[in-house]
Ligand binder design. Structure first.
Ligand code: SF4
Length: 374
């Protein structure tokens, strides 16, 4: 056991992060993410374990539309089992090793790689043959680092962060540009990663598994493969720009216990300028509505950019207030922007966000009654 990690009320905490302890007595934080906390306390099952219980019948050689039919039918069963098992707080996870709904999801993701549309770029490249898509990834996933992160939100830490290299965005101010924009990392067998997660979970050092990057979306086939090898009742977190295709979000329903999407821009133009992404606002709001419709728990991160209060921050906050379920959605309004990477080429973002700018956004969110993290 790492000396800086302990337990309070049966939950891993970080001693140097008193807010990771205080959040255990924060009624709103507990109620908003009640299912997530129940999995950490082993009172409910992580969703991907439920998927493993649902047997499905298919051949990998079938066309992808046939696989989707089997998937969508089996997901109806998943939703019933999820509801029942939550009501009964059942905790028997006798996984079946034959074909199951999680394996089917992984196989559909593998098929999607043949004409890739894991994200909304929908490059259509065959990633078994080349890496010519925007994310520059072929079929392999590259892991830049895996470690127990002490610096995430109080609800999350200690969080087992798995950083995957490459990204489908090209943010000019990226703080992780050395893994998102430059090829790095190692190919690790999924069994090995599953084994490392299992051991950290068994030692009760982590609250969750936090899939991040770069961007996890181009690596969904790999992440699902890791989970087919994992038998730990540990919540899965999707730490992403949420530029997913509808298809990949369908695959992630029933896999992700807590969504951790960025919501960066309040319009398409700023996103195109700073992240080189088309239709950003349209796609991300569509996807936020979709995961909201799953009934899932969501923690939205908004990084306040300097000089972008009216065009971005306030529009983001207003949209969340108008469209998301405050009982299941929290928002973290982040002040830590600093000009990194190529931000010095853009005067308007070539400085830190001021405390006055952050406070303006925070107060606006408070006035609209958003459920804000500590
Ligand atoms: S993950 Fe996105 S960016 Fe990468 S090849 Fe597929 S569609 Fe293109």
């Amino acid at each position: 056991m790492l000396p800086w990690i302990g337990h309070v009320k049966g939950v891993p905490v970080i001693w140097s992060r008193p807010d990771s302890i205080a959040v255990l007595d924060d009624q709103v934080a507990q109620e908003t993410f009640s299912r997530y906390w129940a999995v950490i306390r082993n009172d409910k099952r992580a969703k991907f374990l439920i998927l493993k219980e649902i047997e499905v019948d298919y051949n990998y050689e079938d066309g992808i539309s046939d696989l989707w039919l089997v998937h969508d039918k089996a997901m109806n069963e998943f939703r019933i089992i999820l509801k029942e098992s939550d009501e009964e707080s059942r905790n028997n996870s006798e996984e079946k090793t034959r074909k199951n709904l999680l394996v089917l999801k992984r196989d559909i993701a593998r098929k999607i790689l043949e004409s890739c549309h894991l994200c909304e770029w929908r490059c259509g490249v065959n990633r078994y043959e080349n890496n010519n898509g925007v994310c520059r990834l072929g079929k392999e996933a590259y892991i830049a680092s895996i470690f127990i992160h002490p610096g995430e939100e109080p609800e999350l830490v200690p969080s087992y962060t798995i950083f995957l290299s490459h990204c489908n965005f090209k943010c000019v101010y990226c703080q992780n540009w050395d893994i998102s924009q430059v090829h790095s990392g190692r190919v690790l067998r999924p069994e090995l990663v599953a084994d490392r997660i299992y051991r950290e979970w068994l030692d009760r050092q982590i609250r969750n598994v936090n899939w991040v990057g770069g961007e996890p979306t181009p690596n969904i086939h790999y992440i699902l493969d890791v989970l087919t090898h994992l038998d730990a009742n540990v919540p899965q977190i999707w730490n992403s720009n949420l530029y997913n295709s509808i298809e990949s979000l369908k695959l992630l329903e029933g896999v992700i216990d807590l969504w951790l999407p960025d919501f960066k821009y309040g319009n398409n133009d700023c996103a195109l300028k700073f992240s080189k992404i088309p239709r950003y606002f349209d796609v991300v709001t569509r996807n936020l509505k979709m995961i909201n419709s799953f009934g899932d728990e969501i923690l939205i991160r908004h990084l306040v950019l300097p000089n972008h209060i009216d065009c971005c921050s306030k529009r983001v906050i207003k949209w969340i207030s108008d469209n998301m379920d405050k009982n299941r959605v929290r928002v973290n309004i982040m002040a830590q922007y600093r000009p990194e990477y190529q931000a010095n080429k853009y005067n308007e973002i070539n400085r830190r966000t001021s405390i006055e700018e952050w406070r303006q956004v925070y107060n606006y969110a408070l006035d609209l009654g958003l459920n804000l993290t500590i």
